[in-house]
Design a protein around this ligand. Structure first.
Ligand code: SF4
Ligand code: SF4
Length: 287
Protein backbone atom coordinates (compact mmCIF):
# COMPACT_ATOMS: atom_id res chain seq x y z
CA UNK A 1 0.00 0.00 0.00
CA UNK A 2 1.37 3.42 -1.03
CA UNK A 3 0.73 6.80 0.49
CA UNK A 4 0.57 10.13 -1.33
CA UNK A 5 0.34 13.47 0.51
CA UNK A 6 -0.93 16.56 -1.30
CA UNK A 7 0.43 19.64 0.37
CA UNK A 8 1.03 23.35 -0.12
CA UNK A 9 3.08 26.02 1.61
CA UNK A 10 -0.05 27.99 2.46
CA UNK A 11 -3.83 27.62 2.28
CA UNK A 12 -5.91 28.53 -0.77
CA UNK A 13 -3.65 27.11 -3.49
CA UNK A 14 -6.25 24.62 -4.72
CA UNK A 15 -4.78 21.67 -2.85
CA UNK A 16 -8.13 20.30 -1.68
CA UNK A 17 -9.76 20.65 -5.12
CA UNK A 18 -6.90 18.63 -6.60
CA UNK A 19 -7.14 15.97 -3.88
CA UNK A 20 -10.89 15.71 -4.45
CA UNK A 21 -10.30 15.29 -8.20
CA UNK A 22 -7.78 12.52 -7.49
CA UNK A 23 -10.53 10.77 -5.49
CA UNK A 24 -12.43 10.37 -8.77
CA UNK A 25 -9.39 9.14 -10.69
CA UNK A 26 -8.05 6.67 -8.12
CA UNK A 27 -9.58 3.26 -8.57
CA UNK A 28 -8.78 1.71 -5.22
CA UNK A 29 -7.86 4.32 -2.62
CA UNK A 30 -8.63 5.52 0.89
CA UNK A 31 -8.93 9.27 1.37
CA UNK A 32 -7.56 11.01 4.44
CA UNK A 33 -8.29 14.64 5.28
CA UNK A 34 -5.34 15.64 7.45
CA UNK A 35 -6.04 19.37 7.22
CA UNK A 36 -7.69 19.01 10.63
CA UNK A 37 -7.54 22.71 11.55
CA UNK A 38 -9.57 23.67 8.48
CA UNK A 39 -11.02 20.43 7.14
CA UNK A 40 -12.98 21.01 3.93
CA UNK A 41 -12.56 17.88 1.81
CA UNK A 42 -15.87 16.68 3.28
CA UNK A 43 -17.67 19.59 1.58
CA UNK A 44 -17.01 17.96 -1.79
CA UNK A 45 -16.90 14.28 -0.82
CA UNK A 46 -19.91 14.46 1.53
CA UNK A 47 -18.89 11.52 3.71
CA UNK A 48 -21.44 9.25 5.32
CA UNK A 49 -20.00 8.89 8.84
CA UNK A 50 -19.86 5.28 10.03
CA UNK A 51 -17.77 5.62 13.19
CA UNK A 52 -16.95 8.54 15.51
CA UNK A 53 -14.32 8.50 18.26
CA UNK A 54 -13.45 11.24 20.73
CA UNK A 55 -10.00 12.77 20.51
CA UNK A 56 -8.06 13.91 23.56
CA UNK A 57 -5.26 16.30 22.73
CA UNK A 58 -3.42 18.21 25.42
CA UNK A 59 -4.26 17.54 29.07
CA UNK A 60 -5.90 20.28 31.08
CA UNK A 61 -5.43 21.29 34.73
CA UNK A 62 -8.30 20.81 37.17
CA UNK A 63 -8.18 22.83 40.41
CA UNK A 64 -9.98 21.48 43.47
CA UNK A 65 -10.94 24.68 45.30
CA UNK A 66 -11.89 22.75 48.47
CA UNK A 67 -8.32 21.55 48.87
CA UNK A 68 -6.63 24.77 47.79
CA UNK A 69 -4.88 26.78 50.56
CA UNK A 70 -4.41 29.82 48.32
CA UNK A 71 -0.62 29.76 48.39
CA UNK A 72 -0.57 31.18 44.82
CA UNK A 73 2.31 28.91 43.77
CA UNK A 74 0.42 27.68 40.72
CA UNK A 75 -0.47 31.24 39.74
CA UNK A 76 3.18 32.29 40.03
CA UNK A 77 4.50 29.22 38.21
CA UNK A 78 2.21 29.03 35.19
CA UNK A 79 4.15 30.38 32.22
CA UNK A 80 1.02 30.52 30.08
CA UNK A 81 -1.01 32.82 32.39
CA UNK A 82 -3.65 30.12 32.54
CA UNK A 83 -4.36 30.62 36.26
CA UNK A 84 -5.63 33.98 37.52
CA UNK A 85 -4.91 35.57 40.91
CA UNK A 86 -8.12 34.12 42.34
CA UNK A 87 -6.83 30.67 41.33
CA UNK A 88 -9.32 30.12 38.55
CA UNK A 89 -8.23 28.22 35.47
CA UNK A 90 -8.41 30.02 32.12
CA UNK A 91 -9.13 26.92 30.04
CA UNK A 92 -8.22 28.36 26.65
CA UNK A 93 -4.72 29.25 27.86
CA UNK A 94 -3.82 25.97 29.59
CA UNK A 95 -1.13 24.07 27.65
CA UNK A 96 -1.33 21.00 29.89
CA UNK A 97 2.30 21.26 31.00
CA UNK A 98 1.55 19.97 34.56
CA UNK A 99 3.81 22.52 36.28
CA UNK A 100 0.94 23.68 38.51
CA UNK A 101 0.23 20.11 39.56
CA UNK A 102 3.91 19.71 40.41
CA UNK A 103 4.18 22.86 42.54
CA UNK A 104 0.91 22.56 44.43
CA UNK A 105 1.79 21.67 48.06
CA UNK A 106 -1.61 20.09 48.84
CA UNK A 107 -2.35 18.10 45.66
CA UNK A 108 -5.23 20.37 44.78
CA UNK A 109 -4.44 20.21 41.07
CA UNK A 110 -4.83 17.18 38.85
CA UNK A 111 -4.38 16.83 35.12
CA UNK A 112 -7.36 15.60 33.13
CA UNK A 113 -7.94 14.60 29.54
CA UNK A 114 -9.37 17.38 27.43
CA UNK A 115 -12.01 16.67 24.79
CA UNK A 116 -10.39 18.27 21.77
CA UNK A 117 -12.32 16.91 18.83
CA UNK A 118 -13.47 13.84 16.95
CA UNK A 119 -12.01 11.39 14.47
CA UNK A 120 -14.35 9.89 11.87
CA UNK A 121 -14.39 6.90 9.57
CA UNK A 122 -16.76 7.33 6.66
CA UNK A 123 -17.90 6.06 3.30
CA UNK A 124 -17.89 8.36 0.28
CA UNK A 125 -18.95 7.84 -3.32
CA UNK A 126 -15.24 7.33 -4.07
CA UNK A 127 -14.45 4.89 -1.28
CA UNK A 128 -13.61 5.01 2.42
CA UNK A 129 -12.41 8.16 4.12
CA UNK A 130 -10.70 9.02 7.42
CA UNK A 131 -11.17 12.56 8.68
CA UNK A 132 -11.51 14.60 11.84
CA UNK A 133 -12.77 17.74 13.50
CA UNK A 134 -10.73 19.76 15.95
CA UNK A 135 -12.81 21.86 18.36
CA UNK A 136 -12.43 25.65 18.15
CA UNK A 137 -9.26 26.97 19.84
CA UNK A 138 -7.96 23.43 20.44
CA UNK A 139 -4.39 22.54 19.62
CA UNK A 140 -2.47 19.27 19.22
CA UNK A 141 -3.51 19.06 15.59
CA UNK A 142 -0.30 17.10 14.83
CA UNK A 143 -1.52 14.39 17.18
CA UNK A 144 -4.93 14.36 15.49
CA UNK A 145 -3.28 14.11 12.05
CA UNK A 146 -1.53 10.98 13.30
CA UNK A 147 -4.90 9.55 14.43
CA UNK A 148 -6.40 10.22 10.97
CA UNK A 149 -3.41 8.66 9.23
CA UNK A 150 -3.56 5.56 11.41
CA UNK A 151 -7.30 5.25 10.72
CA UNK A 152 -6.67 5.58 6.98
CA UNK A 153 -3.95 2.95 7.07
CA UNK A 154 -6.17 0.52 8.98
CA UNK A 155 -9.00 1.14 6.49
CA UNK A 156 -6.66 0.50 3.57
CA UNK A 157 -5.50 -2.78 5.09
CA UNK A 158 -9.02 -3.94 5.98
CA UNK A 159 -10.52 -3.03 2.62
CA UNK A 160 -7.48 -4.08 0.57
CA UNK A 161 -6.86 -0.65 -0.92
CA UNK A 162 -3.53 0.01 -2.59
CA UNK A 163 -3.28 3.77 -2.02
CA UNK A 164 -3.95 6.35 0.69
CA UNK A 165 -4.43 9.89 -0.64
CA UNK A 166 -3.77 12.42 2.11
CA UNK A 167 -4.97 16.02 1.95
CA UNK A 168 -2.29 17.66 4.09
CA UNK A 169 -2.43 20.87 6.08
CA UNK A 170 -0.79 24.07 4.82
CA UNK A 171 2.49 25.43 6.19
CA UNK A 172 5.49 23.58 7.56
CA UNK A 173 4.50 23.07 11.21
CA UNK A 174 3.94 19.98 13.32
CA UNK A 175 0.70 18.85 11.57
CA UNK A 176 2.48 19.05 8.20
CA UNK A 177 5.34 16.92 9.42
CA UNK A 178 2.80 14.45 10.87
CA UNK A 179 1.12 14.22 7.45
CA UNK A 180 4.42 13.70 5.59
CA UNK A 181 6.38 11.20 7.62
CA UNK A 182 6.60 7.78 6.06
CA UNK A 183 4.68 8.59 2.85
CA UNK A 184 5.90 7.47 -0.56
CA UNK A 185 5.46 10.75 -2.41
CA UNK A 186 4.53 14.36 -1.82
CA UNK A 187 2.70 16.48 -4.36
CA UNK A 188 3.37 20.13 -3.59
CA UNK A 189 0.72 22.44 -5.00
CA UNK A 190 1.99 25.96 -5.56
CA UNK A 191 1.05 29.15 -7.38
CA UNK A 192 3.16 31.58 -9.39
CA UNK A 193 3.47 34.24 -6.71
CA UNK A 194 6.69 35.28 -4.99
CA UNK A 195 5.45 34.23 -1.55
CA UNK A 196 4.35 30.86 -2.93
CA UNK A 197 7.85 30.29 -4.39
CA UNK A 198 9.31 30.97 -0.95
CA UNK A 199 6.77 28.56 0.61
CA UNK A 200 7.65 25.94 -2.01
CA UNK A 201 11.33 26.15 -1.10
CA UNK A 202 10.50 25.68 2.58
CA UNK A 203 8.19 22.71 2.07
CA UNK A 204 10.65 21.06 -0.31
CA UNK A 205 13.26 21.48 2.41
CA UNK A 206 11.01 19.62 4.87
CA UNK A 207 10.28 16.80 2.38
CA UNK A 208 13.98 16.45 1.55
CA UNK A 209 14.83 16.34 5.22
CA UNK A 210 12.62 13.26 5.57
CA UNK A 211 13.90 11.77 2.31
CA UNK A 212 10.45 11.81 0.66
CA UNK A 213 10.32 12.13 -3.15
CA UNK A 214 8.47 15.30 -4.16
CA UNK A 215 6.74 16.46 -7.33
CA UNK A 216 5.21 19.86 -7.99
CA UNK A 217 1.99 21.19 -9.51
CA UNK A 218 1.76 24.86 -10.46
CA UNK A 219 -1.86 25.88 -10.09
CA UNK A 220 -3.09 28.97 -12.01
CA UNK A 221 0.24 28.90 -13.83
CA UNK A 222 -1.01 31.36 -16.45
CA UNK A 223 -1.60 34.26 -14.03
CA UNK A 224 2.14 35.04 -14.00
CA UNK A 225 4.27 33.25 -16.59
CA UNK A 226 7.52 34.82 -15.33
CA UNK A 227 7.01 33.35 -11.88
CA UNK A 228 5.91 30.02 -13.36
CA UNK A 229 9.21 29.93 -15.24
CA UNK A 230 11.06 30.73 -12.02
CA UNK A 231 9.32 27.80 -10.31
CA UNK A 232 10.16 25.48 -13.21
CA UNK A 233 13.81 26.59 -13.15
CA UNK A 234 14.01 26.17 -9.41
CA UNK A 235 12.48 22.68 -9.61
CA UNK A 236 14.78 21.69 -12.49
CA UNK A 237 17.90 22.77 -10.66
CA UNK A 238 16.76 20.81 -7.59
CA UNK A 239 15.87 17.66 -9.51
CA UNK A 240 12.14 17.99 -8.81
CA UNK A 241 9.65 17.17 -11.56
CA UNK A 242 6.80 19.58 -12.31
CA UNK A 243 4.07 17.05 -13.03
CA UNK A 244 1.36 19.53 -13.93
CA UNK A 245 0.60 23.13 -14.80
CA UNK A 246 -3.07 23.93 -14.25
CA UNK A 247 -4.57 27.09 -15.76
CA UNK A 248 -6.79 29.55 -13.94
CA UNK A 249 -10.30 28.26 -14.62
CA UNK A 250 -13.64 29.14 -13.09
CA UNK A 251 -14.67 25.50 -13.52
CA UNK A 252 -12.99 24.80 -10.16
CA UNK A 253 -15.28 27.21 -8.29
CA UNK A 254 -18.33 26.10 -10.27
CA UNK A 255 -17.65 22.47 -9.41
CA UNK A 256 -17.38 23.42 -5.74
CA UNK A 257 -20.67 25.31 -5.85
CA UNK A 258 -22.25 22.10 -7.16
CA UNK A 259 -20.52 20.09 -4.38
CA UNK A 260 -18.66 18.05 -6.97
CA UNK A 261 -15.03 17.59 -7.81
CA UNK A 262 -13.85 19.01 -11.11
CA UNK A 263 -13.59 15.60 -12.80
CA UNK A 264 -17.25 14.86 -12.04
CA UNK A 265 -18.33 18.33 -13.00
CA UNK A 266 -16.56 18.81 -16.32
CA UNK A 267 -14.71 16.85 -18.97
CA UNK A 268 -12.94 19.95 -20.29
CA UNK A 269 -9.31 20.99 -20.51
CA UNK A 270 -8.83 21.48 -16.76
CA UNK A 271 -10.00 17.94 -15.99
CA UNK A 272 -7.79 16.55 -18.77
CA UNK A 273 -4.76 18.24 -17.24
CA UNK A 274 -5.51 16.86 -13.81
CA UNK A 275 -5.91 13.38 -15.31
CA UNK A 276 -2.51 13.72 -17.07
CA UNK A 277 -0.93 14.78 -13.80
CA UNK A 278 -2.55 11.84 -12.02
CA UNK A 279 -1.11 9.43 -14.61
CA UNK A 280 2.39 10.83 -14.07
CA UNK A 281 2.06 10.53 -10.30
CA UNK A 282 0.75 6.96 -10.34
CA UNK A 283 3.46 5.94 -12.82
CA UNK A 284 6.06 7.18 -10.36
CA UNK A 285 4.26 5.80 -7.30
CA UNK A 286 3.60 2.30 -8.52
CA UNK A 287 6.99 1.09 -9.67
S1 SF4 B 1 -0.99 22.78 33.23
FE1 SF4 B 1 0.63 24.26 32.77
S2 SF4 B 1 -0.41 25.71 31.43
FE2 SF4 B 1 -2.03 24.59 32.46
S3 SF4 B 1 -2.51 25.81 34.23
FE3 SF4 B 1 -0.99 24.31 34.87
S4 SF4 B 1 0.95 25.38 34.68
FE4 SF4 B 1 -0.54 26.53 33.51
S1 SF4 C 1 -0.69 25.74 44.28
FE1 SF4 C 1 -2.39 24.51 45.01
S2 SF4 C 1 -2.80 25.33 47.03
FE2 SF4 C 1 -1.54 26.82 46.02
S3 SF4 C 1 -2.99 28.25 45.13
FE3 SF4 C 1 -2.55 26.71 43.57
S4 SF4 C 1 -4.14 25.18 43.82
FE4 SF4 C 1 -4.14 26.43 45.63
Amino acid sequence: MKQLTVISGKGGTGKTSITAAFASLAKNAVLADCDVDAADLHLILKPDIKKTTGFHGLNIAHIDKDRCIDCKKCYESCKFDAIDEEINLIKESCEGCSVCEYVCPVDAITMEERDSGFAYISDTRFGPMAHAMLKTAEEASGKLVTVVRNNAKTLAEEKKKDLVIIDGPPGIGCPVIASLTGVDMVLIVTEPTLSAIHDLERILGVANHFGIPSVVCVNKYDINMDNTEKIEQYCKSNGVEVVGNLPYDTVVTNAMIHEQNVIEFSDGNFSDRIAEMWDKITERLIV
